[in-house]
Write a protein that binds this ligand. Structure first.
Ligand code: ADE
Length: 253
């Protein structure tokens, strides 16, 4: 078992690297891949860069060059579903590329030749991720920053995630996305690209997204503050929680 861990924010990856033991570095295609161990399990940690192409090429390298058996993508997202607040966590159930539009030759959102619109995450890995995130909130119930924005009771949920090469910062774009794809909880820029590559290689994966902004006119400001104040603490703990569960299930089976 070897776990690929990817993230689209350098600050988040730096905080995860602090918990990697026996680190070794290797540069491939302008990216730094760090191999080592977390909770005794072999890992490869990498900054995916931003957007679908960057994420797809990074995960291909993880699979082909480093032979990872599972992929965990961790990062932030803009809230799309009403009621979601900054600090809530969405673990992906199905991933869709909201900017895929091959009409009229094929249906909107369908990936040409795969005849697939949604990519499902691995249910076992996703459940472990949701439990690890819930455990984090039980142990760290008061975030001073979350309190200042009226969200001191963050929730963890499973749900659908939309991906595309666009940062959402206008209410009208958010409304249009929710109108077209009502099951979507949040929007980001890498998950469904990772999902497509993992599907094609037959590698189980999950996507964990913490809501950093409400994908409207406040998006830019909330987003940057959120990364520095919350994500650097949350991500390594959630990764540790998943890997300790994976180690336990390895021992038990
Ligand atoms: N990732 C975090 N916030 C986002 C937003 N508003 N749009 C797209 N991706 C995001």
């Amino acid at each position: 078992m070897k776990i690929g861990i990817m993230g689209a924010m350098p600050q988040e990856i730096h905080s995860i690297l602090k918990i990697v033991e026996e680190k070794e570095h290797k540069e491939v295609a302008m990216r730094e891949f760090v191999t080592g161990k977390i909770e005794g399990i072999e890992v490869v940690v990498v900054f995916s860069r931003i957007g679908k192409v960057a994420a797809a090429s990074t995960v291909s390298i993880l699979i082909l060059e480093f032979g990872v058996s599972h992929v965990i993508f961790t990062g932030v997202a803009g809230a799309i579903a009403p009621g979601l607040k900054i600090g809530d966590i969405v673990v992906g159930e199905n991933l869709i590329q909201h900017d895929m539009d091959p009409r009229p030759i094929m249906p909107q959102y369908e990936i040409p030749l795969l005849e697939k619109t949604y990519f499902e995450t691995d249910p076992v890995l996703s459940r472990m991720a949701a439990h690890a995130a819930k455990e984090f909130f039980l142990d760290h119930d008061v975030f001073p920053y979350l309190k200042t924005i009226g969200s001191d009771d963050p929730k963890v949920m499973m749900g659908d995630i939309a991906t595309g090469d666009k940062f959402f910062s206008f209410q009208k774009d958010k409304d249009a996305l929710l109108g077209a794809l009502p099951s979507i909880k949040c929007v980001e820029m890498e998950g469904a690209a990772v999902a497509q590559v993992c599907f094609e290689f037959g590698v189980p994966f999950t996507v964990i997204r913490t809501i950093s902004d409400t994908a409207d006119h406040n998006a830019g400001m909330d987003f940057l503050k959120f990364i520095d104040e919350i994500l650097v603490e949350l991500s390594p703990e959630v990764i540790k929680g998943i890997l300790s569960r994976m180690r336990k299930s390895l021992i038990e089976n």
